[in-house]
Design a protein around this ligand. Sequence first.
Ligand SMILES: C[S@@+](CC[C@H](N)C(=O)[O-])C[C@H]1O[C@@H](n2cnc3c(N)ncnc32)[C@H](O)[C@@H]1O
Length: 338
Amino acid sequence: MAQPELELRFQRRFLAARQLRSFPWAELERNLRASPGSSLLADILHQTILHPLCVKYPPSTKYRRCFLAELIKKHESTAAEPLDELYDTLADILNEEESTHCYKNYLLPTGESVTLSESVAIISGGTTGLVTWDAALHLAEWAIENSAVFSNRTVLELGSGIGFTGIAICKTCSPKTYIFSDYHHCVLKQLTENLRLNGFVLEPGTTQHIQTESQGQEAEATNHQTPKLVVAELDWGSVTEKQLLDLQPDVIVAADVVYDPEITSALVGVLQKLSTLSADRKPPEVYIAFTIRNPDTYHLFQVELDKVGIGWQIIPAHSNSIFPYDMQPNVTILQLFV
Ligand SMILES: C[S@@+](CC[C@H](N)C(=O)[O-])C[C@H]1O[C@@H](n2cnc3c(N)ncnc32)[C@H](O)[C@@H]1O
């Protein structure tokens, strides 16, 4: 593999803080042995830990420390000249306090990036919503390849989590309005913070787009911003047909929201309500991406859809691979006909 390509693979994985074992370490070692005097390691250091995006929005302290330890190991095992910059950078990291939050940065084909502040733990505050799941990356890749679906339309995202898919769509697909929604307070707070991190301006509660039981977390972007952004507190268990109608969505998306039978039936309930909206207007297009961890859960979703008369089809896999995964995820996108 050519060096720039190898550096790019390290950079994309590192900025998104993917698992260290998914990095191309063996190729790095081969390259270092083949040309011991090259600047490859210094270049990788500058494309990762010392990259301006990482300096501003770094992955966790522990992650950077472990990554650097691995780089140093590769450096020492290829017996090159000492590289002071590696040890100086490690010394700086060792002086930092451990973090409970970290940043992940994803590079978009447009040259822009999506930056997210995430929890270090996979499940924290009793929710799965404070980290980004593979289905969210997969759905965003598909959206980027099919941007016409979103262009100049009102998009409602269910179970947005901390916002990766929506932010990527807003930065690449020109929707008219994007409504992020979730029901968990900590998730909504983190989502709002992430929208700000990505340059979107939100003003609290300027318009009530959705009247839910508690209206604490609503916010809408200032009017001159395109797309117009709304953050809505929306619980599938209690949202009404009228509330959904008020949102007037043309397109509905969701990622990794089918993972528990109880949650699945609440979600199907929302989809059923959406189907009753379609009588006097064009029905919304619905795309749901999910990771098939347990085939029974996947089948249960399909059975429940069949029961309420919602048609579905599997969307063929897309060809682009924009975001780095730890391993090839078992993700499918279903288009639903409500
Ligand atoms: C596994 S996370 C997926 C988050 C994000 N879409 C992603 O893929 O990274 C599931 C999300 O669904 C939300 N959720 C679960 N039950 C919900 C409900 N009844 N109403 C609204 N959101 C719900 C959770 O708060 C969480 O953010």
